[in-house]
Design a protein around this ligand. Structure first.
Ligand SMILES: Cc1ncc(COP(=O)(O)O)c(C=O)c1O
Length: 398
């Protein structure tokens, strides 16, 4: 492979951090997790951060917290508006918690939720909008928050949620993506902006939501709640009783100290990592400029953290392009799930589709993405450009 989708971003520091945990003999959630939560909250500008064992678990807790929060919890049957292009585990938790998914179109060039389609999808049961900042590209949060504010002025009770699992370090109006709504989620899986092997985070500014998330993360018990917790209320504070007191139907999605130890090293590198990804994007933009109209790079909204380089193809058969990429050793993938409404799993999820999904279909039929990382990719992107050029020449010859 000459241009892999991803490579490890660790050096000796991360390995030393792992060794320190091994030497300590304490592997389960402890001080390192708490320290990383604080550092992460400071980094993205949120009041609270709750670490979990994956981005999917972060989405699960976010959906469950909406359902079990102390004030104005959402009810089964309430609707959650989602873009038709997202990750599978953006969708599953909402449906599993009894909510109805409402799939809405995305813009074919930014790959993100279309604000006009969102406005048309809002109904009396709409309880939240969960945006996905696709491939690191911020959604049009100004237009989206305006649509939500208008609906709430008209008597709605709609929260903005952000699946930021592909977009750590992206900013909209100078503010970190993930920190604009009621809750935001992140993934630290391999190939993401920072990697802790497996890992994820939920952030919020709301103290009640933070307590609910903490309770749901581990068995739904009271043990990890702070003293004076509103959620625990007037329960006995007898230390014996508090060992096994269960409040909510939670999970066990706790992270390991090993992940947090690596996360503490990686979190200090976020800015440098994202800056390099942005420099690579500038190179990609320049090299692909001559192919505008045939191979179009994802259109950036605000400040993307460039998870990868999404390309939509016009006038050339995608199979011809993917064959050329394979021959050049350039790894590539569909743009996330394509149009999720076309995935067979939808038969298992309560949902409705609002409006046409032509933007999502275009991404599904004509899109692909290649990797980005925290190293200079000029050589790899030059190979990409010459491979694409070769594909167009083969089309002309055909
Ligand atoms: C948008 C989005 N949400 C959620 C996830 C799930 O994260 P994880 O793989 O850490 O479970 C991903 C994974 O890449 C993702 O791209």
């Amino acid at each position: 492979v000459s241009y892999p989708l991803a490579l490890p971003s660790w050096d000796g520091e991360e390995l030393a951090a792992l060794q320190a945990v091994i030497d300590s003999g304490r592997f389960t959630m402890g001080d390192r997790v708490r320290e990383l939560e604080q550092r992460f909250a400071d980094t993205v500008g949120s009041r609270f951060a709750v670490m979990v064992n994956s981005g999917s678990s972060a989405n699960l807790l976010m959906a469950a917290a909406l359902r079990y929060r102390t004030s104005e919890p959402a009810a089964p049957g309430d609707e959650i508006i989602v873009p038709a292009v997202g990750w599978a585990t953006t969708y599953y938790p909402f449906a599993q918690l009894g909510f109805r998914l409402v799939l809405v179109d995305v813009e074919p060039d930014t790959y993100n939720l279309d604000p006009a389609a969102l406005a048309a999808a809002i109904g009396p049961r709409t309880r939240a909008v969960c945006v996905v900042h696709a491939l690191g590209n911020p959604c049009a949060l100004d237009a989206i928050t305006r649509v939500i504010a208008q609906a709430n002025d008209d008597g709605g009770r709609i929260d903005l949620l952000e699946d930021t699992c592909e977009a750590l370090g992206a900013r909209f109006a100078g503010k970190q993506c993930g920190s604009h709504g009621a809750m935001g989620t992140y993934s630290f899986f391999f190939s993401h902006h920072i990697s802790t092997m497996e890992g994820g985070m939920v952030v919020t500014d709301d103290a009640d939501l933070a307590e609910t998330l903490v309770c749901l993360r581990a068995h739904g018990w009271t043990r990890d709640l702070p003293s004076g917790s509103k959620l625990a209320g007037t329960l006995s504070d007898d230390p014996f009783d508090r060992q096994f007191r269960f409040l909510l139907p939670g999970y066990n999605v706790r992270p390991l100290e090993l992940s947090a130890a690596v996360g503490l090293v990686q979190v200090a590198k976020i800015e440098r990592f994202v800056e390099q990804r942005r420099r690579n994007a500038a190179v990609a933009r320049e090299l692909l400029a001559p192919f505008a109209g045939t191979f179009d790079l994802q259109r950036e909204t605000a400040e993307s953290s460039w998870f990868g380089f999404g390309i939509t193809i016009t006038g050339v058969d995608r199979r011809l392009v993917t064959r050329s990429l394979l021959a050049s050793g350039i790894e590539h993938r569909p743009i996330i799930t394509g149009n999720f409404a076309r995935q067979p799993v939808l038969a298992h999820l309560d949902h409705r589709v609002s409006g046409p999904l032509s933007g999502a279909d275009r991404i599904d039929r004509c899109g692909l993405f290649v990797g980005n990382r925290e190293h200079d990719l000029t050589a790899e992107l030059t190979l990409l450009a010459s491979t694409l050029e070769g594909a167009t020449e083969r089309r002309l010859a055909a």
